[in-house]
Design a protein around this ligand. Sequence first.
Ligand SMILES: [Zn+2]
Length: 226
Amino acid sequence: MPGTSANAVYLGHHLGSRDPQHISRWAQALTAGRRAAPKCEGDTASGAPCQSCRCEGARHCRHHLHQGRAEDRERAEKRLEKRHADVLKFGGTAIQVHRAHAGLRRLARLRLHRRWKHDPRVEGSTIAFADEADQVRVRRWLVSNCGVDIAAPVVACSDVQAHMSSPRALDRCLWAGWRIVRSNVGLTDQFIENAKLRVKAAVRDDARFWASWAALGEPNETNAAE
Ligand SMILES: [Zn+2]
């Protein structure tokens, strides 16, 4: 396969050609390349093997990088981040700019979730409400259906002082409620039950965190911020 500098020689009079036959040959070659490329080693939510192409230098696609090695994931994320940042820096089509913004937001969400695994108190949120009224509706749903007031302190256990919910717990509760509130028609009982279970799990995990935090004492702030 010739390099970029050899493209002019390789393509000859086809370089930049809009000849339909040439374009269809080109598209077929791209499809064949994608088919032949090594596939992601990850599993999809249904358990079936993923069929997407791998990220460069990794064994997983960008959706399943978390299933692979941490260093592969970090390298691939840095490469993706640079690509998105370059689009915003040097400009692109409206779709490219939109995708770059979305890609950067996605990377930030992934990183926040990883930091929350170590410390759910890290400030941040992965949900943004365009309308403040939506958030009020979600809070109301949480209070009336789950008995959870996310503005109120969570009591971890009897001998532990009350704490505010961690940003991670708030985020999980808001997402669970938003899944219900945003589509209030045609929801199955199972769907609603699952949302309530998500809230229950979020509150339970938060209580566990605060209990262990109280037992172990205040972690080193600098370590917690890593
Ligand atoms: Zn995959």
